[in-house]
Design a binder for this molecule. Sequence first.
Ligand code: NAP
Length: 325
Amino acid sequence: MTLSMKAIQIKSTGGVEVLEYITIERPKITEPMDVLVKNNFIGVNFIDTYHRSGVYNLSLPAVLGREGAGIVESVGDGVKDIKPGDCVAYLGASSYAEYTKAPSSYVTKVPNGIDSRLAAASLLQGLTSWTLVTQSYEVKKDDWVLIHAAAGGTGLLLVQLVKNLGAHAIGTVSNDEKAKLAIAAGVKHVINYTTQNVVEEVMRITDNQGVHAVFDGVGKDTFEISLACARRLGSFISFGNASGIIPPFDILKLSAKNLKLMRPTLFKYIETEEEFKKYTAELFTIIKEGKLDIKIWKTYKLSDVKQAHQDLEGRKSTGKLILQP
Ligand SMILES: NC(=O)c1ccc[n+]([C@@H]2O[C@H](COP(=O)([O-])OP(=O)(O)OC[C@H]3O[C@@H](n4cnc5c(N)ncnc54)[C@H](OP(=O)(O)O)[C@@H]3O)[C@@H](O)[C@H]2O)c1
């Protein structure tokens, strides 16, 4: 018997109008290491908007989404440590749906004390921020660190982690409400990059030295600002393109201060099952210890996905957006 489900599919790339709420066939276990999850909650990420708009390629038609949490429906023959009925969170394609099939290497049991909605909100942005501050640039006590879009989903996590590591976070935001949130999360200084000169402010705050590291998920609009704010021997970690892709640039710009420039993606830090397990265990520990507060901005019905994408791309959201099938 063929079972069906509701899902959000795109047949072509474009604006939110290409997001279709449709009925399709429910995925089936086909490989020994597959896990089929009935989604309780689905995390929305900026990467979903890149897939929808065509900034990043997907083969079409495609069900969008990269993470979710729910109850295991069934597992392949080779899966030993996860069983039907387990509460899990996962990273995997096609999560904007009632059911998702994910490889067991990217599925984790949700520990007691973390509910399903929080689990769906935690993995992608949590693992990204954790690997950024430990692997891309190892944040050290008393460092000055500039974080763009500090009141965004990833930004609010970066601010808390940088503060926990004993460093001083400077956050940029686009309005006063976001400034309050960034301060509550732990930034030492907040700069409104729509009304203030970020480079002048950063130089004033750091005694004209600049910052040890910049975490920049905004991309095109902040590229030159980030270069200018990094100190001599500093690190510029460019991890996203919310404002657009950074155009080709002259690499000699880096030699003016011997800067290190890196463009990391989470999936290259968790390519092996061991890496995924290690960073996920570390992340859940920090959350359970109360050292990382994951703020859920809003939960939308799966069928309201267009509004969720509009809010994220329209800079309305602060924190995590969640879909509920
Ligand atoms: N490399 C990786 O593996 C990885 C993983 C996760 C996320 N990311 C990247 O991290 C960044 C943040 O992702 P997120 O999901 O946490 O989103 P988010 O920060 O919650 O939302 C994006 C924020 O970027 C700021 N922004 C500045 N210019 C913008 C523009 N022209 N259009 C839209 N937003 C703009 C806005 O904050 P203000 O209004 O305060 O400016 C907006 O709220 C994205 O670039 C994403 O691709 C990368």
